[in-house]
Design a protein around this ligand. Structure first.
Ligand code: SAM
Ligand code: SF4
Length: 325
């Protein structure tokens, strides 16, 4: 599918649940989320119908996210069924890493290509504070399990927050010296319940890069597993690589190739702006004829592709745990 700005839309991010075992301060309100009822969430069969249809229209890359995808019961089966579809070349998962020790090997056997693990601090007390009760040990052990299981192209996402973890940039760079991991420093975005970028906490990617450059010279990398919006660099002596995602200060919308499927069945054109189409309504309507269903799903994909904004509205908010960051 080619959109009106000649971007080839071949990537679908699927939020499989709005539930999460953590409540990161920048993602969820302190009291937790307004959770959806079970019947409001797409079933695996419904997700598969949308994915199969998308694949027929040129989607070949899938990412499972959430909420926390590993808290959705049966996620390993959904992963296998998507990985087995003809036309899917790549299926990755974004996770907070808490349950990786349990799931990494099964997911490898079931065809998962890669993990992105979110990890904002290497200090246990801060981890507990940022995630409101999570265990850093579980995540670090989970990452080792992923590497031992033989996954390639593992990424770690660090949201940099002024006054919280911006003094750990050196520690993170040290962490990838001995691990074949791609580390990505991410700018803090506005979240749905706060509505605005927290300017006091926001650290621009350019400033993070300047700090990293004090540690060592950065050489840009061309070919990478899984691609993505970050500009990636090698730093002398390190097994891993690192990059910067400047979604707020320098949006990379011109390279955006994604559509998103939310856990409650909305096909969305963009994380932050644009529009959406309710595919759950289509899937659950009394369309008896398969041809009608196919036609309506095609229309939904075409509509959403055409709704993709040229550039997102930068400092808008998104309900990350529902849409999937
Ligand atoms: N629970 C999984 C996780 O944490 O990786 C997947 C869902 S989470 C919403 C996906 C990503 O969104 C995480 O890497 C998280 O750090 C990022 N995220 C959430 N809120 C954010 C915000 N306000 N600014 C920047 N990134 C955010
Ligand atoms: Fe959960 Fe991920 Fe949001 Fe943290 S960022 S609260 S782990 S969904």
């Amino acid at each position: 599918m080619i959109d009106k700005n000649l971007r080839n839309i071949n990537y679908m991010r699927i939020s499989v649940t709005d539930l999460c075992n953590l409540r990161c301060t920048y993602c969820m309100p302190v009291q937790g989320a307004n959770l959806l009822r079970k019947d409001e969430i797409l079933s695996f069969e419904e997700i598969l119908k949308v994915v199969k249809h998308g694949v027929g229209l040129g989607i070949n890359k899938i990412r499972l996210t959430g909420g926390e995808p590993l808290v959705r019961k049966g996620i390993e089966t959904l992963t296998k069924r998507i990985a087995e579809l003809d036309g899917v070349n790549d299926i990755a998962m974004t996770t907070n890493g808490t349950f990786l020790k349990k799931f990494a090997r099964t997911l490898k056997e079931n065809g998962l290509s890669r993990f992105n693990v979110s990890l904002d601090t290497l200090r246990p007390d801060r981890f507990d504070e940022i995630t409101r009760g999570g265990s850093l040990r579980h995540v670090l052990d989970g990452i080792e399990e992923v590497l031992d299981a033989g996954f390639q192209g593992t990424k770690i996402n660090v949201v940099v927050i002024r006054g919280k973890n911006d003094d750990e940039i050196h520690d993170f760079v040290r962490y990838i010296f001995e691990r074949r991991i791609e580390l990505r420093f991410i700018e803090l975005m506005a979240s749905g319940w706060k509505n605005m970028v927290d300017e006091e906490r926001f650290v621009p990617a350019s400033e993070i890069k300047q700090q990293v450059e004090k540690i060592g010279e950065l050489t840009p990398v061309k070919q990478r597993i899984g691609g993505g919006p970050a500009t990636i660099y090698k730093i002398k002596g390190a097994l891993g690589s690192l990059g910067f995602i400047s979604a707020v200060s320098q949006p990379f919308c011109d390279k955006c190739n994604r559509v998103r499927l939310t856990s409650d069945g909305m096909l969305r054109s963009c994380l932050l702006s644009g529009g959406e189409v309710n595919v759950k309504e289509i899937l659950r309507s009394d369309i008896l004829d398969r041809t009608d269903l196919a036609e309506q799903l095609t229309n939904a994909f075409v509509q959403v592709t055409m709704m993709k904004p040229v550039i997102h509205s930068g400092r808008n908010s998104a309900v990350m745990h529902q849409i999937g960051g």
